[in-house]
Design a protein around this ligand. Structure first.
Ligand SMILES: [Zn+2]
Length: 511
């Protein structure tokens, strides 16, 4: 037999497609041709596969070999096809009986010595195989744990090409994946550690309940980062679909811990303000890596010292935040990753960043205005709440009357508010208030009496509030009412929403 076929999976973004790897061996000058839109890394598979086969103690067939990857129109990236190509060639040469590999997806990169190396993106590949009706996969030992996360698929692992050949010949067994980790994810930082900062904590709770974007201003040491890091701890756990999506993105980025299971906690990403555009939105060659924006999908993207970020960088974030997805264009086509993240930005009030706050600041009003002015415009308009934090006083740290409320207590209130909002918007399919289109809030039956929204109309009239800002205040007011257990916002909620939006002190801001 001089023809063989095995199965593999190619990735386009997070979507995987079943790929047939065909090998045909014919007489002619010994060579290996690879067809079917392979990229550079995949073209190098020719040399890797040949060395791996020879160093596994097998004879390389000295014939003219054509390896074809189907469907040909689908671009194929990376090195995860190595194992399937080697298996197809060996099966075509009669070295390996093909029957045990029938309807089995093979994934893995080959080292020159014949070892099978882990690859990025195994989880979404196995998920795609499962959707295509495949029930058995063979993956690198280093990826076996993540592959078992996909229900309905039998996962076996290999460490060497030699083991795969022995298995097909019935001379050796494949490896079992490691057992599921007994312990859950380690607990993240808890709100109980945050002393004082009532207004910051309150804004964080609203942000979690309604899915609102948040800006925190304050001198260094006022707890901006501490608060932002604790937002995931009061968000609901990810449901099955979201967890699979988040874990798949980490798998493609290659940041999934080898023994980790399905990720249930909403992710938290805090890229440095000097991060490259590729690190933020995604990039690279071959299998394009998702950026921080996509790794924060279904979780929190925290941008600290945001005025230090370039204008171009902030502009690049704007569109994906709006649409919930990142589209990366390359010569060989576009790749799309989901990016529905909740944004928390933080900034010092001025470039001198005096830890003592405004009293010690030497900056002129013009310098201060210019500094925060870098933030202004379209991005800031999309942020629902602007909170000014005061430096934490020593008294608040040492003589706190009672310990701060832990995350679990806040999370319970957030969960109740989210249930109320999801029930109200069920017909539209929106889960949180932040997702509801403005026109729905401005029309019956959800329109609020105009005497209750007078403060917003006045602000709109004199131009201190944009039309987008008007809608954002309405959404905030609904969240405040949800948290309070009322079925409609009252005039007080609207006023409070307006104050949070404009960065004014609210009635609760007693520091
Ligand atoms: Zn200053």
């Amino acid at each position: 037999m001089s023809y063989a076929r095995v199965l593999c999976v190619g990735l386009a973004g997070v979507a995987g497609h079943l790929v047939e790897v065909e090998a045909d061996l014919s007489t002619g000058l010994p060579a290996l041709a690879l067809t079917g839109l392979p990229d550079t890394a995949l073209n190098e598979a020719r040399d890797r596969v040949r060395a791996a086969v020879v160093n596994s103690g097998r004879d390389w067939p000295n014939r003219r070999i054509t390896v074809n990857l189907l469907p040909a129109a689908l671009p194929k990236h990376g090195s995860s096809f190595d194992l399937a190509i080697a298996a197809a060639v060996l099966a075509g040469a009669g070295e390996l009986p093909p029957a045990p590999l029938d309807r089995v997806v093979l994934l893995g990169e080959l080292g020159l010595d014949g070892t099978v190396r882990p690859v990025r993106g195994v989880l979404p590949m196995v998920a795609a195989a499962a959707r295509a009706g495949i029930t058995r996969v063979i993956v690198p030992a280093g990826n076996a744990r993540e592959a078992t996360v996909v229900p309905g698929v039998t996962v076996r692992a290999v460490d060497t090409l030699h083991r795969l050949v022995e298995f097909a010949r019935g001379e050796a067994a494949l490896l079992d994946p490691p057992a599921a980790p007994g312990t859950a994810e380690p607990p993240g930082p808890d709100l109980a550690d945050v002393a004082g900062q009532e207004i910051g904590r309150y804004a964080l709770e609203i942000a979690a309940a309604g899915g609102h974007h948040l800006a925190l201003f304050g001198p260094p040491g006022s707890g901006k980062t501490m608060l932002a890091e604790r937002l995931p701890s009061i968000l609901p756990e990810l449901d099955d679909d979201a967890a699979l999506e988040v874990t798949a993105l980490q798998s493609i980025a290659g940041v999934l811990p080898p023994d980790g299971g399905l990720i249930r906690r909403p992710p938290f990403q805090a890229p440095h303000h000097s991060s490259s555009l590729a690190a933020l939105v995604g990039g690279g060659s071959g299998l394009i890596r998702p950026g921080a924006l996509s790794l924060a999908h279904r979780g929190v993207l925290f941008l600290d010292e945001v005025p230090e970020m370039g204008r171009g960088t902030l502009q690049a974030l704007r569109q994906p935040l709006e649409s919930g997805r990142v589209v990366l264009s390359r010569a060989r086509g576009t790749t799309e990753y989901p990016a529905r993240a909740q944004l928390v930005v933080a900034a010092n009030p001025c470039p001198c960043a005096s830890p003592a706050g405004d009293h010690a600041c030497q900056c002129t009003p013009l310098v201060r205005r210019r500094y925060l002015g870098k933030l202004s415009g379209p991005l800031l308009d999309r942020i629902d709440m602007k909170i000014h934090l005061l430096p934490v006083r020593a008294a608040q740290l040492t003589v706190a009357a009672e310990p701060a409320e832990p995350s679990t207590a806040v999370a319970a209130r957030v969960a109740r508010a989210r249930v109320a909002a999801a029930a109200r918007w069920a017909t539209g399919g929106w889960r949180v208030n932040a997702e509801v289109p403005g026109h729905r809030l401005r029309r019956p039956p959800w329109r609020l009496p105009s005497r209750d929204t007078a403060v917003l109309h006045d602000a709109l009239e004199i131009g201190v509030l944009s039309a987008r800002g008007f809608d954002r205040c309405l959404r905030l007011a609904w969240t405040i009412a949800d948290l309070d257990g009322r079925d409609r916002p009252a005039v007080g909620d609207v006023c409070e929403a307006y104050q949070l939006r404009m960065g004014e002190p609210t009635n609760r801001a007693v520091a």
